[in-house]
Design a protein around this ligand. Structure first.
Ligand code: HEM
Length: 455
């Protein structure tokens, strides 16, 4: 069994002052937590005029995300204002009646029942990359983070737009999304100073320009998809065009359609890319885990490309991925704003306060996990003794706002890992330093230099 302890940022020796905490959070949100935070069940942090409540145990998480979901369904002001120019009233940042209506309409489209349409596209894009890498005559340096970002962007573009349009537009749309995300403000000072939510937030010109570029592409794709509704291949856009709200019977209008397409793209691209990059890194550092993974691929697939039906049989591959997103949850912070006063344990949380669940802390909690900082995929095998509390494991969140694309993301990750790992070996490049950082999502720095060797 592996007991490799992969890197985490230095933990401050004592709690930080508000200002140094804010400064560090802006650079890397993972570096602000002293060791004791990994043992607390619930605690508060004053930030300027606000109090932030951190739920960090199975019972407090269930209170915030399931039992009192309605009080805490609104996303944080930081998230809403940062993403509103791009996503409008899209599912990811809306709440109340709009969120419920969109969730009813969008989740069946990204749901597991549509995987027979999307899984072949995932396997096809992964095979294309595997073939390119297999064509290397000698060990070749690659940026595994950028390679995984390109791969998952290809997959999400081909599944959202359809194969033909996806291939035509992927480069343009990926560049615009990256530009947008680079420019996003990390802290919403208007909120933290206690000022009202309706005050306009400053968005740099480059951010607004990137949003306009994305909207331009999406509008063109939606127009083409409408024109070819009958002849084009099935895609999330064509499914969204046909979808009717099960309660009202109404379809989405063009603006709502664009907002939901942007939402799916944003939610489904970088998360999967980062988690795949972390998985390659962890495998490269744990020869015994890699050997077990290879043995499973040989036993189940014997050299052929994986298909959707193989995914449930790739149990060890799945455990490796589950453990990678425990150690490095792509969404390490779930932040909500209370819409009414509510109690959790001994705290009364006033309307307007921030309630956060931090998978980065909870998934390494000293009491709820054995060897919390070590890479131990075996803990996720179905017959593992004393399995962990499922409510301490939230890479896809839980409750009514759970990730709508969890089955999509998991299937995509397993198919990509199984396809690539059969064809190539990835080793960390000599001298490469891997340091987890979080801005919107948790990634292994700005690049992950690795060496690809064909098998
Ligand atoms: C490893 C891959 C992924 C991870 C770890 C992940 C994680 C998450 C998490 C933690 C949330 C909740 C965020 C919050 O409450 O602030 C979320 C929401 C969401 N995700 Fe994912 N996700 C992944 C892949 C995907 C994919 C592939 C799609 C679509 C194809 C997707 C679509 C969505 C949507 C639409 C929401 C918003 C749900 C709502 O607010 O009701 N995700 N995801």
């Amino acid at each position: 069994m592996s007991s490799f302890v992969p890197p985490y940022p230095d933990r401050p020796a004592e709690p930080l002052s508000v200002f140094s905490g804010m400064r560090m959070a802006r650079q890397n949100f993972l570096s602000i937590w002293p060791e004791e935070c990994f043992s607390f069940d619930m605690f508060t942090m004053p930030v300027l005029a606000r109090t932030v409540y951190v739920c960090n145990s199975p019972d407090t998480v269930v209170k915030a995300l399931i039992e009192n979901h309605e009080a805490f369904e609104r996303k944080s002001p930081q998230m809403r204002h940062a993403l509103e120019p791009l996503l409008g009233d899209g599912l990811f940042i809306s709440d109340g009646a709009t969120w419920r209506a969109r969730r009813r309409l969008v989740s069946p489209i990204v749901h597991a029942s549509n995987l027979p349409i999307f899984a072949p596209i995932m396997a096809e894009a992964a095979s294309e990359l595997a073939e390119r890498w297999q064509g290397f005559a000698s060990p070749t340096p690659v940026d595994a983070l950028a390679s995984m970002a390109n791969l998952t962007a290809e997959i999400i573009c081909r599944t959202v737009f359809g194969r033909r349009l996806g291939m035509a537009y992927s480069t343009e749309i990926v560049a615009a999304f990256s530009e947008y995300q680079r420019r996003i403000n990390q802290l919403d000072l208007v909120y933290l100073f206690g000022l009202p939510d309706w005050l306009p937030r400053y968005q740099p010109l480059a951010t607004r320009r990137a949003a306009r570029r994305i909207h331009g592409v999406l509008d063109r794709v939606i127009r083409s998809a409408r024109e070819q509704a009958k002849s084009g291949d099935a895609s999330m856009i064509t499914l969204l065009l046909d979808a009717k709200d099960p309660e009202t019977g109404k379809p989405l209008d063009d603006l709502a359609l664009r907002n939901e397409a942007a939402t799916i793209f944003m939610a489904g691209h970088e998360t999967t890319a980062n988690s795949l990059a972390w998985t390659w890194y962890l495998l490269s550092q744990s020869p015994e885990v890699e050997a077990q993974l290879q043995a499973e691929l040989e036993r189940v697939l014997g050299g052929r490309m994986p298909a959707l039906a193989d995914v449930p049989r790739l149990v060890y591959t799945r455990a490796v991925f589950d453990e990678a997103v425990r150690l490095y949850p792509p969404v390490p912070l779930l932040a909500r704003q209370a819409t009414r006063a509510e109690r959790i344990r001994r705290w009364t949380i006033e309307a307007g306060s921030l309630v956060v669940v931090v998978p980065w802390l909870l998934q390494r909690h000293r009491r709820y996990w054995d060897q919390p900082d070590s890479f131990v995929p075996e803990r996720f095998l179905p017959d593992a003794p004393g399995r962990h509390d499922r409510r301490a494991y939230l890479p896809f969140s839980i409750g009514p706002r759970v990730c709508a694309g969890a089955a999509f993301g998991l299937t995509e990750a397993i198919l990509c890992l199984a396809t690539l790992a059969q064809k190539v070996r990835l080793r960390l490049a000599p001298g490469a330093v891997v340091a987890p950082v979080c801005r919107l999502t948790l990634r292994p720095g700005d690049a992950l230099p690795m060496i690809v060797t064909p098998r």
